[in-house]
Design a protein around this ligand. Structure first.
Ligand SMILES: *[C@@H]1O[C@H](CO)[C@@H](O)[C@H](O)[C@H]1NC(C)=O
Ligand SMILES: *[C@@H]1O[C@H](CO)[C@@H](O)[C@H](O)[C@H]1NC(C)=O
Ligand SMILES: *[C@@H]1O[C@H](CO)[C@@H](O)[C@H](O)[C@H]1NC(C)=O
Ligand SMILES: *[C@@H]1O[C@H](CO)[C@@H](O)[C@H](O)[C@H]1NC(C)=O
Ligand SMILES: *[C@@H]1O[C@H](CO)[C@@H](O)[C@H](O)[C@H]1NC(C)=O
Ligand SMILES: *[C@@H]1O[C@H](CO)[C@@H](O)[C@H](O)[C@H]1NC(C)=O
Ligand SMILES: *[C@@H]1O[C@H](CO)[C@@H](O)[C@H](O)[C@H]1NC(C)=O
Ligand SMILES: *[C@@H]1O[C@H](CO)[C@@H](O)[C@H](O)[C@H]1NC(C)=O
Ligand SMILES: *[C@@H]1O[C@H](CO)[C@@H](O)[C@H](O)[C@H]1NC(C)=O
Ligand SMILES: *[C@@H]1O[C@H](CO)[C@@H](O)[C@H](O)[C@H]1NC(C)=O
Ligand SMILES: *[C@@H]1O[C@H](CO)[C@@H](O)[C@H](O)[C@H]1NC(C)=O
Ligand SMILES: *[C@@H]1O[C@H](CO)[C@@H](O)[C@H](O)[C@H]1NC(C)=O
Length: 498
């Protein structure tokens, strides 16, 4: 255990010793590279385009841990902002990193207050369900993830400094889709979580889907580096892509954002720019109006009076509400439908006739809080996954999506338990160990192989759940939580995988 802890600290210590200097991992943003480990196994199928109201493609690019003021001081960020709309009131929803990624996919972070490995049960619906219900194609591209659908962390040769040994460029905590068992358990979904060699191949084949998530590696996203480094990466990667019509055309909206800010003691405002051909020309180079005032060397000072220059509040939930609004999707019945924190992009709301809510200063939540929320991803104040609000109406107008056979819609509250104090294992931390060997995305020519493999995983996991239920014992001398039908629902959820 101690050696595990030490091993996980070593990469952090190693990078703290030397200041890293940007160097491109590939010859160009759409060039394949040995620095990305797994070579592409071909492009995604080119899918029919489902027309959106304001754009036909949405690309979100997630950088890491940077205060608004730090990014705003970079000439590269300033130059990029001039090509789009700078959102001055856009916020992460909590700290640290991983819960922000989960929130942007599911409309909730389920109490998560750390960057540990979670495996959210199959009854947790996500944006993937909403997009697929309307045939809007999607993919996630994770730089330096070694191969498609990979579910761990990955260390490889340090391409910035070959004599420095191996380096962890890729971490699961920044890969939101794979955290959801509803994605990870399904090869056709999991293999849409792709690496940057696939990105190159997909763009060059004009096969980039309509809803695209991009996570750069741990140096290019500023996680292990700084604004200077990420600025160099943006000049290498994003700026040329903005001119590539296979990436950006006049029906493309690109969101450049950060998962969270760096300073936990201030509001969680992050530098976020809307870019791409779908941004109306008259709005390029403008700031979205703001609920706060800006002062030199200081972050957003909250405006006291509700009648002061005020605006709707954008957060990571706005990615969801805006996507739902654009394609007329359903919702998830979580914070994606909460108008206080999930404003639709103002330019888009204006085009689609959607009315955002403008909260008073007192209604604007502090989004710098962490670890204090109960939920399935908080072992100290644990609840099962609670039911969504099935009668909520989101910005897309469609109904709330949930899996009716694995969702107990009356489970809307639960008295939180401290599983640690009870010596119980949080079921949402058990790795189901899905693998996809031999599968190709959307290749259903070998359905027997797919179901055989799924059955294997499902029964293995169901068996371990059942044994925990009867013996209340696991290998580490800990028990698996067995409250209020959790295991029955777990088994049911796993059976759904078939
Ligand atoms: C890998 O990255 C290094 C550093 O930029 C570069 O010198 C090398 O050419 C890259 N390899 C490939 C195949 O692009
Ligand atoms: C999605 O595509 C399938 C297969 O082509 C089709 O049957 C279905 O009607 C489509 N759904 C929507 C909402 O367009
Ligand atoms: C492509 O398939 C090969 C063989 O299965 C695998 O080693 C490689 O990692 C795959 N590439 C990606 C990007 O998944
Ligand atoms: C590369 O790594 C080696 C070994 O850690 C170190 O001594 C050297 O200073 C590094 N070079 C640069 C340019 O950072
Ligand atoms: C993109 O195109 C614009 C004009 O069309 C040009 O000014 C700019 O330099 C180009 N940027 C890159 C990075 O190629
Ligand atoms: C958008 O791009 C398409 C395809 O290149 C072109 O036909 C159309 O005129 C463009 N529309 C605008 C408003 O620029
Ligand atoms: C959150 O930020 C506010 C300032 O905007 C500060 O007063 C508060 O202490 C911060 N909360 C935490 C937990 O750091
Ligand atoms: C809203 O749309 C109208 C035209 O429909 C336009 O005149 C106005 O500039 C737009 N405002 C914003 C903030 O986008
Ligand atoms: C909506 O968000 C606000 C601000 O975080 C919060 O106070 C309120 O409880 C939320 N409403 C619901 C129904 O979750
Ligand atoms: C849960 O229990 C553990 C072990 O007793 C304790 O260290 C921790 O502070 C508790 N957490 C909460 C949120 O009460
Ligand atoms: C997944 O693999 C790990 C490591 O081998 C093992 O400890 C764990 O029990 C497996 N999970 C399941 C659900 O079988
Ligand atoms: C979702 O599934 C998990 C795992 O099976 C279960 O613990 C939880 O009660 C379910 N939640 C709802 C709302 O059905």
């Amino acid at each position: 255990m101690l050696s595990l802890v030490l091993a996980s600290l070593l990469p952090a210590l190693a990078h703290a010793q030397t200041v890293q200097t940007f160097a491109p991992p590939a010859a160009c943003p759409v060039c394949v590279s040995g620095n990305y480990t797994g070579m592409s196994n071909g492009s995604l199928p080119v899918a029919p385009v489902v027309a959106g109201k304001s754009y036909d493609r949405f690309i979100t690019i997630w950088l890491e841990n940077t205060d608004f003021a730090s990014a705003a001081a970079s000439s590269v960020f300033q130059s990029i902002a001039k090509q789009g709309i700078l959102l001055t009131n856009y916020n992460g929803v909590t700290h640290p990193s991983e819960p922000n990624y989960v929130a942007a996919m599911a409309g909730d972070f389920f109490g998560m207050g750390d960057d540990n490995n979670y495996y959210l049960p199959s009854n947790v619906s996500s944006m993937v369900d909403l997009l697929e219900a309307k045939n809007v194609s999607w993919a996630s591209y994770q730089e330096n993830m070694p191969y498609d659908g990979f579910a761990g962390d990955y260390a490889q040769t340090n391409y910035l400094n070959a004599s420095a040994g191996s380096y962890t460029y890729y971490k699961r905590k920044h890969n939101p889709h794979i955290i959801f068992n509803s994605v990870a358990s399904n090869p056709n979904r999991a293999l849409r979580v792709r690496n940057f060699n696939d990105f190159a191949v997909d763009v060059n084949a004009s096969a980039l889907p309509q809803h695209v998530w991009i996570t750069p590696n741990l140096v290019n996203d500023a996680h292990d580096t700084d604004v200077t480094f990420v600025s160099a990466w943006l000049s290498y990667w994003l700026e040329p892509l903005l001119n590539n019509t296979q990436f950006n055309n006049n029906r493309t909206l690109i969101q450049l954002t950060f998962d969270e800010n760096e300073s936990y003691t201030i509001q969680n405002t992050v530098y976020t720019v809307l870019l791409g051909g779908a941004v109306p020309e008259n709005l390029r180079g403008t700031n979205d109006s703001t609920f706060c005032e800006w002062h030199a060397n200081e972050l957003c000072r909250r405006v006291a009076a509700p009648e002061s220059p005020a605006d709707s509040v954008d957060t990571h939930y706005s990615m969801m509400s805006s996507t739902q609004n654009n394609w007329g999707l359903g919702s998830l019945g979580r914070q994606d439908t909460n108008k206080t924190v999930a404003a639709v992009w103002n330019f888009q709301a204006n085009q689609t006739g959607y009315t955002n809510y403008v909260p008073s200063a007192a209604e604007i939540p502090m989004l710098n809080l962490t670890t204090i929320f109960p939920g399935a991803a908080n072992t100290g104040i644990w609840t099962p996954i609670l039911a969504p609000n099935v009668s909520a109406v989101g910005a897309g107008g469609g109904s709330v999506f949930y899996n009716s056979s694995s969702t107990n819609t009356s489970l809307t509250s639960y008295t939180a338990q401290n599983l640690t104090a009870m010596n119980l294992v949080n079921p949402d931390t058990i790795n189901p160990n899905y693998t996809y060997v031999g599968f190709n995305v959307d290749n259903t020519s070998s359905p027997a192989a797919i179901s055989a493999s799924s059955a294997q995983h499902a029964s293995a996991a169901a068996t371990s759940g059942a044994s925990a239920a009867t013996t209340s014992k696991a290998s580490a001398g800990e028990k698996t939580v067995a409250t209020g039908g959790v295991l029955g629902a777990l088994a049911l959820g796993l059976a759904m995988l078939l």
